[in-house]
Structures are given as C-alpha cells and as structure tokens.
Design a protein around this ligand. Structure first.
Ligand code: SAH
Ligand code: DHB
Ligand code: MG
Length: 221
C-alpha cells in the first residue's frame, strides 16, 4: 500500500489530462463547504466516464446517486445537443445543490436531477415505459446495488453499458465476514451477476486519490 504515491500519480494525470476549464474545483470546494461528504468520483474516474459515454455514443444516460452533480456533469458534457441525462437523488439538499451546479455548468437543458428514492423512481420509469438508456452509472447506497442493477438492465437495450462504482471497498469485497452492509450489498450484486445471462460483465480494481476501490462494467446482451 502506498496511498501517497497513488495520489501523486492521480495528480500528475490530472495535470496532463484535465485542463483547468474542465476541473470543477469550485464545485467540489462548495460541496465540502456545504457539508456534503467528499465521496464523488475522482477527476480521473469522472473523465473515464466521460470518455466511455463518448465511446458508446450515449445520448441517453441514467445515473443513480447524484450528490453534488460532479459525475453527472462529467457524463453530461459527453452528450450530443439533443441528448439527455437523468440523475436520481434521495436527499433534497443534494438534489438542490447539484441542480445549481448543473445550471452553472450550462447543462440544465440536458441534465435533470430527479429527487426521490431511486428504487421507487426506477419502478415508475419501468411502469411508464421510459425509453432505453445507453449508459447507466450506479453510485448510490451500496446496499441496493443489486436492485438498481436489475432495474438498469430492464431500462436498457441490447448493447447498453452499465457501470457500478465502489465494488472493491479496500478489498473488503472478497471477505464474506465484514459485517458491513455496503460490502454485503456489493457481494449480493456479484452473486446475482454470477448467474445473470442478460449481461456480460467485468470488474477492474483501481487505486488513486480515493484509495483502493474499483468499477464493474457490464454490457447488455
Ligand atoms: N455519483 C456522485 C456521488 C454519489 S454519492 C459523484 O460521483 O459525483 C451517493 C449519493 O447517493 C448520495 O448523494 C446519496 O444521498 C444518494 N443516495 C443514497 N441512497 C439513495 C437512494 N435510495 N435513492 C437515491 N439516491 C440515494
Ligand atoms: C462512499 C460512497 C461512494 O459512492 C464512494 O464513491 C465512496 C464512498 C461511502 O458511502 O462511503
Ligand atoms: Mg461512488
């Protein structure tokens, strides 16, 4: 383990790959000031999601878990003019702060924050026959990741991509006896995927300024 080195490398990558005008420093410091937890994705992961959205030509994106809108803005910037991103957030405070940040980023015409419990909102979307999403990013309460993933598949088409954040949690995912509900949530998702022929999935471990964690990526068959 060498967390200082991981952070140094992230910093160097940011210097090379994330110019000042893309960086959203004000957004993250305002969010800190408002007392929001600092659990948004790193700049490198945000830009990775941006590159992924561009590479799968996503014009409809779904996000579960908005916080201050940081990852939503990274993905929203990859949308074509007529594209749309819907992001679901249970906390009215987070929804309000993120809506303001999305407005300031000039994305409010394409990015919509919907406030409510994600499971309820996803079920309503399924009920009313919401058009398929090209890309879904799941990053809310980890206890419900399997439930979100199942609904995301049903809101997808063949070829849609689903990404799940925080599937490693410092390696605790490999331990069946953590007693940590969020780790158990990720393990429940993994168990579900081990027997889900609706998707083809892989997972990558990551290190960086957010420590040791990882991303799962699946494509709908
Ligand atoms: N994707 C964001 C970080 C999200 S943090 C980013 O990288 O910038 C997780 C968010 O999920 C928090 O804002 C939390 O309030 C929200 N959340 C937790 N439980 C939820 C639920 N049941 N439905 C919707 N959002 C939820
Ligand atoms: C936590 C949640 C996240 O989405 C994340 O990226 C890191 C940490 C958390 O709840 O601790
Ligand atoms: Mg996360």
């Amino acid at each position: 383990m060498n967390e200082a080195l991981w952070e140094m490398v992230d910093h160097a990558f940011e210097t090379w790959l994330v110019p000042e005008r893309e960086a959203m420093g004000a957004l993250t410091s305002d969010a800190d000031e408002a007392g929001l937890p600092s659990i948004h994705v790193s700049a490198m992961t945000g830009k990775f999601l941006h590159v992924l959205a561009l590479s799968c030509r996503a014009s409809r994106i779904l996000e579960i878990g908005t916080l201050a809108g940081y990852s939503a803005i990274w993905m929203g910037r990859a949308l074509p003019d007529d594209g749309r991103l819907v992001t679901l957030e249970v906390s009215p405070k987070h929804a309000e702060i993120s809506s303001r940040n999305i407005e300031r980023a000039g994305l409010s015409c394409r990015v919509e924050v919907v406030c409510g419990d994600a499971k309820t909102l996803l079920d309503a979307m399924l009920q009313r026959g919401e058009p398929a999403f090209d890309l879904t990013f799941i990053d809310a309460d980890k206890e419900s990741s399997a439930d979100y993933f199942d609904r995301a598949v049903r809101l997808s088409r063949k070829g849609s991509v689903i990404v799940v954040d925080n599937v490693v949690r410092g390696g605790r995912v490999a331990n069946a006896e953590t007693g940590d509900a969020s780790v158990e949530g990720v393990r429940r998702l993994m168990e579900m995927l081990s027997n889900d022929d609706r998707v083809t999935a892989s997972a990558l471990q990551t290190v960086g300024r957010k420590g040791y964690d990882g991303l799962l990526m699946a494509v709908v068959r």
